[in-house]
Design a protein around this ligand. Structure first.
Ligand code: EPU
Length: 436
């Protein structure tokens, strides 16, 4: 049985019958190597289609979202070869000729909406079905559409498919102000604007590390993008891009998840292959919770206190505390010595896992976008069901800290974004097994 392959239980089992059995109560100790960033990968993979020759993307994480995106590109005609052992993916866009991405493919993955920017850039026309993804609230794409229209495309929505067409064959650079700081809109507009005539300026752009990573990759292909990582990104249109090698940045959210698991279990964990600058907001919370942090820039060690101190937090776009670690942080707050408050400002429904956490003994009240978490001295194992990716990570953290056995259902959510989770947790001394 190949545990490196999240599909090893077979497609049927993947749809919800797999479970993780976790026997909690062991402090996690040791080192864990962090994989390449999921959100950088799902931007770089479609971006490879913009070049006239093959790209090799390195440090590709072995996760379900990457596999699904590779399958989508293959079905659409690209030549994709995925070498799991060397963590590289080679994407040759030359046979890729279609500007249509149908529902049965793109509904499998939210980030497939990046095909809109890519196909429009490449062909001047695109038809992409509305995307799927985690159910964590209303997730409009009005800012993507507003930007694409500003660049000179007609946009219509018909039968769940977005149809876009550059009015004069080629898009034209414009200044676009995003009403909300959106990672997806920033990435999509960078992809759409690389070949636009003149200069595109994205104001109020997202500053997340994976936005910068994508800009670095596109620039290595020959694009002219400046300012990624600030709130103003300038893209001077070019006429062609060539394939190149690009190594993805490490996954800050995976790293944060293991560090929070260390705090929840009273452990001592070092995350290797990270960029500690990307973890600043998380590390400051970890220190507030009473842990000690050794920052060696490409690795970070966290030594947890016996019991975490309560903290308050608010989720914000980067460099604020990431919404993707809000749920994992709640699992730690559930064990803290007093009452913690956390406010979710990015999504309107990202507390769905709280009911499951309460089955394990957590005391949490949710009022709109705020959760009040009254720390308890310990959680107890229970059967729980994950309904989204980071909720699944939060349940895993809770299970690792809890007394007794937790069965976590809905494991495919975890597999979307966490590589070889059983191996990594076991190597840290956690007791975990997957049952098909
Ligand atoms: N928004 C709009 N209009 C838009 C786009 C976004 O109102 O046109 C709103 C959203 O509804 C949300 C906020 O803006 O309230 C931020 O959304 P954003 O576009 O930044 O999110 P996203 O691009 O869909 C990415 C990550 C998410 C992560 C968010 C925020 C990828 C593939 N996904 O999503 O990752 O939570 O940015 O940092 O990069 C995850 O990894 O678990 C995950 C959900």
């Amino acid at each position: 049985m190949d545990h490196a392959d999240p599909t090893f239980c077979g497609e049927q089992k993947l749809r919800g019958e797999q479970k993780l059995i976790v026997e909690g109560g062991q402090p996690l100790r040791g080192s864990v190597t962090i994989s390449g960033s999921k959100n950088a990968a799902v931007a770089a993979i479609p971006a490879a289609l913009l070049a006239s020759s093959a790209s090799v993307i390195e440090n590709i994480p072995d996760i379900l979202d990457v596999k699904v995106f590779a399958d989508i590109l293959t079905e659409l005609g690209a030549l994709v070869s995925y070498d799991r052992n060397n963590r590289t993916m080679t994407i040759d866009p030359n046979a890729f000729k279609t500007s249509v991405a149908p529902h049965h493919l793109v509904s499998r993955l939210r980030a497939s909406y990046y095909l809109l920017g890519v196909l429009l850039s490449k062909f001047g026309v695109a038809e992409v079905a509305m995307p799927g993804g985690c159910d964590i609230g209303i997730r409009p794409i009005d800012q993507h559409i507003k930007g694409i229209k500003a660049l000179g495309a007609d946009v219509t929505l018909e039968h769940g498919t977005i149809k876009v067409k550059a009015k004069s064959g080629r898009l034209t650079g414009r200044e676009i102000y995003l009403d909300v700081t959106s990672v997806g809109a920033t990435v999509n507009l960078m992809l759409a604007a690389v070949f636009a005539e003149g200069t595109t300026v994205i104001e109020n752009a997202a500053k997340e590390p994976h936005v910068v990573d994508l800009a670095n990759y596109l620039n290595a292909m020959g694009a002219r993008i400046q300012g990624a990582g600030t709130d103003t990104i300038r893209i001077r249109g070019v006429t062609s891009l060539r394939g190149t090698r690009h190594a993805l940045i490490p996954d800050d959210i995976e790293a944060g998840t293991y560090l929070l698991a260390a705090v929840a279990t009273g452990g001592d964990v070092t995350v290797e292959n990270v960029i500690s600058k990307h973890l600043e907001s998380l590390l400051s919370k970890v220190v507030e919770m009473g842990a000690s942090v050794e920052d060696r820039q490409d690795s970070v060690r966290v030594v947890a206190p016996k019991r975490p101190k309560s903290v308050n937090a608010i989720t914000l776009p980067y460099p604020g505390f990431p919404t993707d670690l809000q749920q994992p942080l709640i699992s730690v707050m559930a064990l803290a010595d007093d009452v913690s408050l956390i406010q979710e400002t990015i999504y309107d429904n990202r507390f769905g896992f709280v009911n499951e956490l309460m089955k394990m003994g957590a005391r949490i009240k949710v009022d709109g976008r705020t959760a009040v978490v009254e720390g308890v001295t310990g959680l107890t194992g229970a059967p729980v069901t994950a309904r989204d990716l980071r909720g699944a990570a939060a349940l895993l953290i809770a299970a690792l800290s809890a007394r007794g056995i937790t069965e976590i259902y809905g494991v495919h959510h975890l597999d979307r974004g966490y590589e070889r989770v059983e191996q990594k947790v076991s190597a840290l001394g956690g007791h975990i097994a997957r049952v098909c």
